[in-house]
Design a protein around this ligand. Structure first.
Ligand SMILES: NC(=O)c1ccc[n+]([C@@H]2O[C@H](COP(=O)([O-])OP(=O)(O)OC[C@H]3O[C@@H](n4cnc5c(N)ncnc54)[C@H](OP(=O)(O)O)[C@@H]3O)[C@@H](O)[C@H]2O)c1
Length: 267
């Protein structure tokens, strides 16, 4: 059970359904799209640590856990499309990433699949990928082949674009992939809810143009330290981002807290 800390009530509630009941796919105003991000972080703000054995960054195993994963899945369940990075697909191809994208695979999450069906949402959210290198392994893309995949890029590499288009990927180009371009592309494709599951670069891209509406943050009560780390945002922002706390739940079963924020400046 969880304890509700904010709004302060002290009530207990179940983990399952905590986020699924939010109906994020219905939060956008007419003609708009609701964009929400989700991270699990340590107390010292790490969302990823460099793993020398892997030769790459990964979600720290000391904080990753099934209860947070349940909520990750509930958030995915409400998405028309998931916003991710090309690096995720590269990690997936090399076996360094979990198969994060499918919603509700496995018995534990079957209720989320059923929920999507009842809401008349597609079986799986579409996938929008940000990439300038266009180094997106086709083998990793094959894992989401039954879904619409859109790649946003500033690359003008005709050969790579053709290769992607040949496997059914829609490629949208801009001089620079800004948050405003991502948002406009989502609107042009009639998406109503977009779930940002990428790391700090994509998050920063969206924040620079005030294009994130909500942040779901799991804080695990662990200090990880480290010098090769990723936080929620790792680059300069044009201004400090102010957030309003909407809800907070204590999960003593896993020594963590689930918080939901709204971005004050979101467009
Ligand atoms: N703890 C958590 O909740 C959490 C959540 C998400 C991710 N992570 C971890 O954080 C680490 C980094 O994740 P990530 O790779 O998804 O991070 P990211 O820093 O958001 O994405 C990096 C890649 O995305 C593309 N990209 C980002 N912004 C772009 C822009 N404006 N225009 C064009 N392309 C852009 C680039 O691809 P190209 O190089 O192809 O140009 C870049 O290499 C991973 O280890 C991941 O596991 C943790």
């Amino acid at each position: 059970m969880l304890t509700q800390l904010y709004p302060a009530s002290g009530d207990s509630c179940a983990l399952e359904g905590l986020y699924l009941d939010l109906n994020l796919h219905q939060q956008a105003k007419a003609g708009d799209v609701f964009i929400y991000a989700n991270y699990i972080s340590s107390l010292d703000g790490r969302i990823a640590l460099y793993n020398a054995d892997l030769g790459d960054y990964e979600v720290p195993t000391a904080i990753a856990n099934g209860r947070d994963w349940r909520l990750y899945q509930e958030l995915a369940g409400q998405a028309d499309v998931m916003l991710t990075s090309a690096r995720y697909f590269r990690q997936l191809a090399e076996g360094k990433a979990q198969d994060l994208l499918p919603v509700g695979s496995g018995e534990k999450y079957a209720d989320i699949k059923t929920w999507r069906e009842k809401q008349a949402l597609k079986a799986q959210p579409d996938v929008m990928v940000l990439s300038n290198s266009l180094d997106i392994p086709l083998a990793a893309l094959a894992k989401v082949q039954e879904r619409k995949v859109i790649v946003l890029t500033a690359s003008k590499d005709g050969q790579k674009i053709k290769q992607l288009e040949q496997v059914g990927v829609q490629v949208l180009q801009a001089e620079q992939v800004t948050g405003a371009f991502v948002r406009q592309s989502l609107l042009d494709l009639n998406y109503r809810s977009a779930y940002l599951i990428a790391g700090p670069q994509v998050h920063a891209t969206m924040l620079k143009d005030d294009c994130v509406d909500a942040l779901f943050l799991t804080t695990h009560f662990t200090l990880l330290g480290g010098s090769k780390i990723s936080g929620l945002v790792d680059v300069d922002l044009p201004r400090a981002q102010v957030l309003t706390l909407i809800s907070s739940y204590l999960d003593t079963a896993q020594n963590q807290m689930f918080q939901r924020f709204e971005y004050v400046n979101s467009v």
